[in-house]
Design a protein around this ligand. Structure first.
Ligand SMILES: Nc1ncnc2c1ncn2[C@@H]1O[C@H](COP(=O)(O)OP(=O)(O)OP(=O)(O)O)[C@@H](O)[C@H]1O
Ligand SMILES: O=P(O)(O)OC[C@H]1O[C@H](OP(=O)(O)OP(=O)(O)O)[C@H](O)[C@@H]1O
Length: 304
């Protein structure tokens, strides 16, 4: 099959080809029943059951290409959208609740530096040179005199494409600006964070004029369902009718809880979606007010 000749009829959807976001994206597509087969070494895959072509690209290029309209839709990090300065050229459709991390200014623990102002005029190494330049130029503005600026005493920002955490140990920098999730990389490199430039997570973005807006809406609604199914569980319990108001304050549901009468007229059954991360506490509270037969159901998929 000639893939390239089929592209003009399809919505182009860019997916990170490697790195931290790749696997999450593949499982999101699977959950949304977007079926494709990616041929070995090929960065384009046709979706079998929808008129979509998936384009596998580096996360940074996705922000740029969606902004410029080369592709209609994409998944990348909020950090990439800011770094590529395309926020005004794209629409952020929704946060995807993975790829959570922080872009932070880090220095060697041994340096004794603990305030970001102490780095003004020094050397910073980063893969985020645009964001780091904006961040430090504000500090330069505040802390350097016009004379010092004219003498070239501004903070120097140098770009490297990876292994940023090694820069200080190699004597290339006084501080770095890099992503932190667990903090493990930073710790191993003997660094600590002294300020946060931005917090980020993966997002679904679209060009302002996608080729098929109806299909974009359909994909968005499927992905929303997959994300909600990951975040929520369904809770079912019985409660005395007199306690139902209190119970539904604890489990208000996304829209409203379903309340059904039981054979015993003093009791009702309540069904409600609750956030997975809060479920243990919610079950404790329900038990305290006399709820019985509390059952938790996993949600495979849903539409919200
Ligand atoms: N440690 C992390 N935890 C969570 N999300 C991260 C982490 N590192 C990066 N990300 C997110 O993933 C995006 C892509 O980063 P990643 O380093 O995986 O990309 P890459 O440079 O394309 O891949 P690679 O590092 O394999 O070359 C980042 O812009 C950020 O939004
Ligand atoms: O706080 P942590 O959980 O340790 O994660 C942070 C690390 O993750 C990212 O790099 P990645 O491992 O993706 O590789 P890279 O350095 O090649 O970008 C980032 O650049 C940090 O080095």
């Amino acid at each position: 099959m000639d893939i390239i000749s089929q592209l003009p009829d399809r919505l182009l959807f860019a997916i990170p080809k490697k790195g931290r976001l790749h696997e999450h994206c593949i499982s999101l597509l699977k959950g949304a029943d977007i079926n494709f087969h990616r041929h070995n070494r090929l960065d384009i895959a046709l979706v079998k059951n929808l008129p979509i072509a998936l384009i596998f690209l580096p996360a940074a290029d996705i922000a740029k290409f969606v902004g410029e309209g080369n592709v209609d839709l994409g998944i990348t990090g909020q950090d990439m959208v800011e770094e590529c300065e395309v926020a005004n050229k794209i629409d952020e459709i929704m946060e995807l609740d993975f790829g959570h991390c922080r872009l932070q200014v880090q220095v060697p623990i041994k340096s004794g530096i603990d305030k970001v102002e102490e780095l003004v005029g020094k050397k910073i190494v980063t893969s985020f040179d645009i964001l780091a330049s904006k961040y430090f130029s504000k500090l330069d503005e505040k802390h350097l005199t016009d004379e010092e600026k004219a003498e070239g005493k501004k903070t120097k920002i140098e770009y490297v494409s990876g292994s940023v955490e090694a820069a200080c140990a190699l004597g290339l920098a006084d501080g770095i600006v890099d992503l932190v999730e667990t903090g493990e990389t930073m710790k191993v490199a003997g660094l600590h964070a002294i300020s946060t430039v931005l917090e980020t997570q993966a997002i679904l973005i679209r060009n302002k004029n996608p080729s098929d807006p109806h299909l974009v809406t359909k994909i968005t609604s499927r992905l929303k369902g997959v994300i909600a199914a990951k975040q929520y569980v369904l809770l079912n319990y019985n409660i005395l009718r007199e306690n139902v108001r209190e119970a539904t304050k604890i489990t208000p549901g996304r829209q409203a809880p379903t309340i059904s009468p039981l054979d015993d007229g003093n009791w009702v059954e309540v069904q409600s979606m609750v956030l997975k991360k809060e479920v243990a506490e919610i079950m404790d509270k329900l038990e305290e007010i006399g709820a019985r037969d509390i059952i938790l159901f996993k949600i495979d998929n849903c539409r919200v």
